[in-house]
Design a protein around this ligand. Structure first.
Ligand code: ATP
Ligand code: MG
Length: 172
């Protein structure tokens, strides 16, 4: 691509991560190469199993610990997120990738696991042809300002409020 844009999927309703997965699938259908990284997540999320089937068209990373970050993040959480962003920067600079997805990056920013300065620097320094997608609720204003596209998934109704936790194949 000549010019890649910055897209942000945020809000408290369902659909942010699945929109990014959908975009990754569409891009690969067009022969594009994808870097797909998940902050705060680790393990057998079904999307990872599905995306692996695309072989070397996609490079997948997970920077979570496998545990939900509750309350104050631990120093290892900061370390993993920061090192993760550096790793992505290195792969991205190869020029091999057309689409870079940073799933739950907005949450990592909101929790302070990633600094706003580092992320804004990452955004500016990316190769001009890279389409970049940041997902997650509570996207900081500065990130929304830097974006070319911001979509908000607004919570109208969610079965979570009835106690229905994330289900395999539907939410994870
Ligand atoms: P999807 O991955 O289905 O596209 P999403 O990326 O938009 O959803 P996230 O904000 O990343 O959703 O939410 C992750 C999980 O948090 C959901 O799968 C759900 O189980 C749970 N969840 C949903 N609503 C709430 C809520 N109001 N408060 C806390 N957790 C919620
Ligand atoms: Mg999500």
């Amino acid at each position: 691509m000549k010019k890649g844009y910055l897209q942000v999927y945020t809000g408290d309703g369902k659909g942010k991560t699945t929109a990014a997965i959908g975009l990754a699938v569409r891009a690969m259908g067009a022969g594009m190469k994808v870097l797909f990284a998940q902050f705060l997540k680790k393990g057998d999320f079904s999307e990872i199993n599905a995306l692996r089937r695309f072989g070397d068209q996609i490079k997948i990373f997970q920077f979570g610990s496998g545990k939900f970050v509750r309350g104050r993040p631990k120093s290892a959480d900061f370390q993993r997120a920061r090192q993760g962003l550096k790793d992505i920067e290195k792969y991205m600079s190869s020029g091999r990738y057309d689409l870079v997805v940073l799933d739950e990056a907005n949450v990592a920013l909101h929790l302070g696991l990633l600094s706003l300065e580092d992320m804004l620097c990452f955004i500016t320094k990316r190769p001009p042809g890279v389409e970049l997608v940041l997902t997650g609720r509570n996207a900081p204003e500065e990130i929304k300002n830097a974006a070319d596209l911001v979509s908000e998934c607004r919570l109208v109704k969610h079965y979570f409020s009835q106690g229905i936790k994330a289900r395999i194949g539907i939410e994870k």
